[in-house]
Design a protein around this ligand. Structure first.
Ligand SMILES: NC(=O)c1ccc[n+]([C@@H]2O[C@H](COP(=O)([O-])OP(=O)(O)OC[C@H]3O[C@@H](n4cnc5c(N)ncnc54)[C@H](OP(=O)(O)O)[C@@H]3O)[C@@H](O)[C@H]2O)c1
Length: 309
């Protein structure tokens, strides 16, 4: 027996050595994957999108920053274009301004994006708007507007870029969804609906484009410390204008941006970036829906009581 093990020793050591070498080479390859790649980020003017711009720029990507506010996008592009003392080659980002909620104009924006470098390697559908309100007091037009920005806009942009990716047999589409794309929380109907639709659409896309060698990643974060709640719309379409405590105490957007970078580098398909409580809630919704519905009804009652106080 001892002789058998002794004889196998060099073989085992050799295999482990080969595996370690393979692992290190893979890591090196993944680390360099984004150098010179063309990365489009929507909603790059603030919050998570802005931090994604910083981390993808530092990784050597050629960025195309999108949003509605040309001044803020230009300022960010200029800031990122400043020379740094890092040893990685970086590029001054380009900008393309358009409103995602106006889906008629998104195809033209897609063409403008493609003209920048002739192709897109990574499309990060990040832009979004949130909503606060009770269904009973919310006009259908508000529900539709949120869907236009969070769902139909990204769909139109993805479909404008997709043929070029298919033709090149290369490309990666990322959708920034939300935990609320997995579970629906009361008084967030339009937002939760748009994010559930996002999850479903990009899951279908992943399956359909795998044969062309394309990647699709859906990222579902919990609360992030950004202006999302402040910029949210209410039932009558006006701005909510409140920084919710949950958002104010949410994750650091820089940390989330690094998770987005990792997900792209590692070609992860579906990422839930949430703390233990929302993660458990996602499992309860699947495994014990009756309990989940009870908990949500109780949460709705509590929120209503607080509003009335
Ligand atoms: N913050 C959170 O707690 C949280 C949690 C989970 C998921 N998310 C998701 O993360 C993504 C980024 O949001 P954030 O938290 O960074 O919020 P944010 O700071 O409010 O940023 C939203 C971005 O979307 C852009 N945008 C909004 N409406 C647009 C439109 N109609 N057309 C084009 N661009 C538009 C905004 O750009 P302009 O206003 O300059 O056009 C802005 O850059 C969203 O998809 C959001 O749903 C956020």
């Amino acid at each position: 027996m001892e002789r058998l093990v002794g004889g196998a020793g060099p073989l085992v050591l050799g295999s482990v050595g080969l595996w370690v070498m393979y692992y290190l080479m893979q890591r090196l390859r993944l680390k360099n994957r984004l150098q010179d790649s063309v990365v489009v980020i929507t909603g790059a003017s603030s919050g998570l999108g802005k931090e994604c711009a910083h981390v993808f720029h530092a990784a050597g990507a050629r960025l195309i920053l999108c949003g509605r506010n040309q001044t803020r996008l230009q300022e960010l592009a200029q800031e990122l274009g400043e020379p740094t003392d890092g040893n990685r080659q970086t590029y001054t980002p380009r900008t393309v301004t358009f409103d995602l909620s106006n889906t008629e104009t998104v195809a033209a924006a897609g063409e403008e994006i493609l003209k920048c470098y002739g192709h897109v390697d990574v499309l990060i559908n990040n832009a979004g708007i949130s909503y606060r309100g009770s269904i009973i007091d919310t006009h259908v037009s508000v529900q539709r507007d949120v869907m236009e920005t969070n769902f139909f806009g990204p769909v139109a942009l993805t479909q404008a870029i997709l043929p070029s990716m298919v033709q090149r047999r290369s490309g990666h589409v990322v959708a920034i969804s939300s935990v609320q794309g997995r579970i629906a929380i009361p008084y967030r109907s339009a937002y939760a609906a748009s994010k559930h639709a996002t999850q479903a659409y990009f899951d279908c896309l992943r399956a359909e484009v795998e044969r062309f060698g394309l990647q699709v990643t859906v990222i579902s974060p919990g609360y992030i410390r950004t202006n999302l709640s402040f910029n949210a719309v209410t039932g009558d379409g006006s701005q909510y204008g409140v920084m919710d405590k949950t958002t104010a105490t949410g994750r650091d957007p820089v940390e989330v941006a690094h998770s987005v970078l990792r997900a792209v580098n590692q070609r992860q398909k579906d990422v839930l970036l949430a703390g233990p409580l929302p993660t458990v809630a996602v499992y309860i919704r699947t495994l014990w829906p009756a309990l989940f519905f009870k908990l949500m009804a109780s949460r709705a009652r509590k929120e209503q009581r607080l509003k009335e106080e």
